[in-house]
Design a protein around this ligand. Structure first.
Ligand SMILES: Nc1nc(=O)c2c([nH]1)NC[C@@H]1CN(c3ccc(C(=O)N[C@@H](CCC(=O)O)C(=O)O)cc3)C=[N+]21
Length: 295
């Protein structure tokens, strides 16, 4: 392996410390703690794990957390009603409804019901549009974490060839907008892209967010590129426990790249730290305070 291994856990811990300091300052100014409401519908074990780490991180940062666990038999109307109550609750600065939702609930309807100023996931069309037009927005946590790691590695992204693999509303599209905002030359590749390996070979920066285990091979990577692996795929192992791999064949890519994020320990922990950051930012904006600095 020649590549530097980008330590997402360490970067996340450092960010969470800055957020905790910002929370203490906010409490002194506003006389209350920032509050994050999480909503989990159903009992998917992986989702329950993520929600637990989010709620633990919220408490560690000195913020208030309000968790709502709902049965997967809940109707869409009941869920929309809960979102409405959270929108109206002054103690709630951020609302996160864990995705995916059961098939009988229209996720986009739920997302569009969240008050945009409390949309700490940055999934509401208002926030997507504000990001695209360069207005202050709530920005999705995963792309924001990826951008932070890229800036820590490269300083400036100006003029860099960046290829984002994946066009989802929650990662690919906002990632492309953030990179464009940093003056990178951005290509969004996806399942219909022709000659994907050749497209990726031109990239100084690769962000892989496709959800296919180890799809991106070492010989797709330009020597010296920075590789950010958003994928979190559980694959079977002989002992039956399974193991997590990314969308990038790590060992191969690490022979060629200048730096690469591992899975686990890369993008995942930064996503949670950025959720804490977004909640603190939302609290400031809702309280009429300037955005906290140095986050
Ligand atoms: N409304 C909504 N917002 C989300 O941000 C959201 C969501 N729904 N649904 C599910 C996905 C997934 N997600 C992860 C966050 C952290 C890790 C993470 O910290 N992973 C650890 C490993 C955890 C493990 O061992 O399973 C790591 O990569 O090191 C993973 C996944 C947020 N999501």
């Amino acid at each position: 392996m020649t590549a530097r291994r980008i330590d997402g856990k360490a970067a996340a811990a450092a960010l969470r410390e800055r957020v905790a300091a910002g929370v203490a300052a906010f409490r002194a100014k506003a006389g209350r703690a920032p509050g994050l409401a999480t909503v989990l519908v159903g009992e998917d074990p992986a989702s329950a794990v993520y929600i637990r780490s989010k709620n633990r991180a919220t408490a560690e940062a000195g913020m208030e957390s309000f968790h709502h666990q709902l049965p997967d038999t809940i109707s869409e109307a009941e869920l929309l009603d809960l979102v409405g109550r959270l929108n109206a609750d002054p103690a709630v600065d951020g609302i996160l409804v864990q995705l995916p939702l059961p098939g009988h609930i229209d996720a986009s309807r739920v997302i569009e019901t969240i008050e945009p100023s409390k949309d700490v996931d940055g999934f509401h069309a208002m926030n997507a549009g504000r990001l695209a037009t360069g207005l202050p927005a709530m920005v999705p946590c995963t792309p924001l974490g990826c951008l932070q790691m890229l800036k820590d590695e490269l300083g400036s992204l100006s003029g860099a060839n960046a290829v984002v693999i994946g066009r989802s509303n929650i990662v690919g599209k906002p990632m492309a907008q953030l990179l464009l905002g940093e003056s990178a030359t951005v290509t969004i590749a996806h399942s219909r892209t022709r000659d994907l390996p050749d497209v990726v070979r031109r990239a100084d920066v690769v962000v892989a967010a496709v959800g296919r285990p180890e799809m991106v091979r070492g010989d797709w990577i330009k020597p010296g590129a920075i590789v950010i692996d958003v994928g979190i795929n559980r694959v079977p192992t002989d002992d039956g426990k399974g193991r997590l791999v990314g969308d990038v064949a790590f060992d191969e890519a690490a022979e060629v790249a200048a730096a690469i994020t591992p899975v686990p320990g890369g993008v995942g922990p930064m996503t949670i730290a950025m959720l804490m950051r977004n909640t603190l930012v939302a609290a400031h904006r809702r309280a009429g305070l300037n955005d906290p600095e140095g986050l």
